[in-house]
Write a protein that binds this ligand. Structure first.
Ligand SMILES: Cc1cc2nc3c(=O)[nH]c(=O)nc-3n(C[C@H](O)[C@H](O)[C@H](O)COP(=O)(O)OP(=O)(O)OC[C@H]3O[C@@H](n4cnc5c(N)ncnc54)[C@H](O)[C@@H]3O)c2cc1C
Length: 437
C-alpha cells in the first residue's frame, strides 16, 4: 500500500477532489463507471450533434469552480458572461446595471420594464428585510413563506421569484428552503455586479472541466480508470479494498463521489454505514428535462437566455449565441409538473408551440430534436433538509458530491466544494504529527 487515494466517480465532485490532491503531489486513481467524464454534467452525442445532458448555468458567486478552472488552465472565455438579466419577450426586462453594489440592482430595477412601482417597492422590501436579518432565516421556512411575509406582489412572485427559485434550487417556492435561497441572493445579486453575472458555458460540460481535469491528472501521477464500476468497498484492518478495482490494491483513503442514489448502496457494502446510507437514501430528488430543438440558422432569440411562462418550459437558451450551432435551442423544464404525463413527441410539439406563442411568430418545424430527462437531477432543496457531511464511520472513507452540506443548492459549485473539502480532510489526516520538543 502506498499513499494513492482512490476516488469513485468522475463527476465534478470527484474530479475537483482529484485535482486538488494531485496539485499537492498526492497520487490519485479515479474510477468511473461510464466512458464519458462529467456524471450529471456531461456531453451527449447523437446523430452528429453534441449537446449536454442538461443546459447548465452558473453565477459569478460560484468561485470554487472558477478557481479549479484557472488551476487546470481553462480560459475564462469558455463562459458567456451576461449581466444578471431576466428577459421575457413582451413581458419583462430586468437587467443589473454595470455599477458597484447596491447601485447595480437599484438602477437595474428602476430601468426595468414590465414592473410597476408596487413591484419595485416589494423587491426592495425583500432585499432590505434579508439584509436586516443578515440573511439568517428560520431553517424551517419556505421561500413561499418568505415571499408572503415580505408582501411580494403576485407579478413579482410569478415573473421573478418563482423562476429564480426554480432555476437556482430546482425546487418550487412552496417546498424550497428560504435559507438556501437567501444564501444565493446574498452571494450574487446582493453582493455586486460581478457576483451576480450569469455564466453560460460556451463548450460542452465534459470539455469544460472534466476533460481538462483528466489532462491535469495525467501529468501528475493521476490515473483515470473509465468504464470501471466499483461494486463494493471492503474495509480491511489497514485500509480498504475496492471490488471492481482491476489492480486489487489496498487504499488508506477512498472518496465516494457518486450521486446519492449510487453512494447509499456502496456505503452499505462497508457493513458499518447503515445509518448514513439511510440518511442519503432518504434525500428527496427533483427532475430536470431539457428539450433541444434545431430550428435552423435563421432563428434567433432576442437574448441568449429568455424566461418562458406560457407552457411547460421555463427557460429557453439560444445555443447559437452560446458557441453551438446557430438555430439550436435548449428549453429547460425543472421540477415535477404536468409535462411528465406527455410522450416525448407531444412534449416537443408543446414546447415548439410555446416558443411560437412567447416569441409571437411562427417558427420553422424542428429538423432535429432530442429530449433528455434526468429523473433525479438534483436533491430537492427543502427547508431543514439534513445534508450529510464529508466524514463517514469508516476511517479513511470520505464522501463528496453536490448533495453534501453546503450553503448552496445541489449545483456544480456545491459539488466541487465538497470535492476540495474531502481533499483537505485527507491532507490533514496525512499530515505528520507535530514534533515533540
Ligand atoms: C439536467 C440538469 C441540469 C442542471 N443544471 C444545473 C445548473 O444550471 N447549474 C448548476 O450549477 N448545476 C446544475 N445541475 C446540477 C449539477 O449537474 C450537479 O450538481 C453536479 O453535476 C453533481 O456532480 P457530482 O460530482 O456530485 O455527481 P455526479 O455528476 O452524479 O458524478 C458521480 C459520478 O460517479 C459515477 N459513478 C456512480 N456509481 C459508480 C460506481 N459504482 N463506480 C464508479 N463510478 C460510479 C457516475 O457515473 C458519475 O460520473 C444540473 C443537473 C442536471 C442533471
Amino acid at each position: 500500500m502506498d499513499d494513492t487515494v482512490a476516488i469513485i466517480g468522475a463527476g465534478y465532485a470527484g474530479l475537483a477532489c482529484a485535482v486538488e490532491l494531485a496539485s499537492r503531489g498526492i497520487p490519485v486513481t479515479v474510477f468511473e463507471h461510464s466512458h464519458v467524464l462529467g456524471g450529471r454534467a456531461r456531453v451527449v452525442m447523437k446523430d452528429g450533434w453534441r449537446v449536454d445532458n442538461g443546459q447548465h448555468i452558473l453565477i459569478g458567486a460560484y468561485t470554487e469552480l472558477a478557481r479549479l478552472l484557472r488551476m487546470t488552465g481553462v480560459s475564462p472565455k469558455v463562459f458567456e458572461r451576461l449581466p444578471f438579466t431576466l428577459h421575457s419577450p413582451g413581458r419583462l426586462h430586468l437587467q443589473a446595471a454595470r455599477l458597484p453594489a447596491p447601485l447595480h440592482l437599484a438602477v437595474g430595477l428602476l430601468r426595468a420594464s414590465g414592473l410597476d412601482w408596487a413591484d419595485r417597492r416589494a423587491m426592495f422590501r425583500l432585499m432590505a428585510h434579508l439584509k436586516k436579518i443578515r440573511f439568517r432565516l428560520d431553517p424551517g421556512q419556505s421561500v413561499a413563506h418568505l415571499l408572503a411575509q415580505t408582501e411580494q406582489t403576485g407579478r413579482l412572485v410569478r415573473w421573478v421569484w418563482e423562476p429564480l427559485c426554480i432555476a437556482a434550487l430546482n425546487t418550487p417556492p412552496t417546498q424550497a428552503s428560504a435559507q438556501v435561497f437567501a444564501n444565493v441572493l446574498r452571494d450574487s445579486v446582493a453582493a455586486g455586479a460581478a457576483a451576480s453575472e450569469l455564466l453560460i458555458p460556451r463548450t460542452d460540460l465534459s470539455e469544460l472541466f472534466p476533460v481538462q481535469a483528466a489532462r491535469y491528472l495525467a501529468v501528475r501521477r493521476g490515473k483515470m480508470r473509465t468504464g470501471t464500476r466499483i461494486d463494493a468497498i471492503c474495509p480491511q484492518p489497514d485500509g480498504m479494498k475496492l471490488e471492481g478495482d482491476p489492480a486489487g490494491r489496498m487504499y488508506r483513503h477512498v472518496v465516494l463521489a457518486c450521486a446519492p442514489y449510487h453512494a447509499a448502496p456502496l456505503l452499505r457494502t462497508t457493513g458499518s454505514c447503515e445509518r448514513l446510507a439511510r440518511q442519503v437514501d432518504e434525500l428527496p430528488h427533483e427532475p430536470i428535462t431539457t428539450v433541444y430543438l434545431a430550428l435552423g440558422a435563421q432563428v434567433h432569440l432576442p437574448h441568449p437566455m429568455i424566461a418562458l411562462f406560457d407552457g411547460p418550459a421555463q427557460w429557453a437558451f439560444d445555443r447559437g449565441q452560446l458557441g453551438s450551432e446557430p438555430g439550436l435551442f435548449a428549453c429547460v423544464i425543472s421540477t415535477h409538473g404536468p409535462h411528465e404525463a406527455l410522450s416525448r413527441e407531444d412534449l416537443e410539439i408543446e414546447v415548439h408551440q410555446q416558443l411560437e406563442r412567447e416569441l409571437g411568430r411562427r417558427l420553422p418545424p424542428p429538423h432535429w430534436t432530442r429530449t433528455i430527462t434526468e429523473k433525479r437531477a438534483t436533491i430537492a432543496c427543502r427547508p431543514g433538509l439534513m445534508r450529510p457531511g464529508p466524514r463517514t464511520p469508516v476511517n479513511g472513507l470520505w464522501l463528496a458530491g453536490d448533495y453534501l452540506e453546503s450553503p448552496y443548492p445541489a449545483t456544480l459549485e456545491s459539488a466541487v466544494r465538497s470535492g476540495t473539502a474531502a481533499a483537505s480532510g485527507i491532507r490533514n489526516s496525512m499530515a505528520p504529527p507535530p514534533a515533540i520538543p
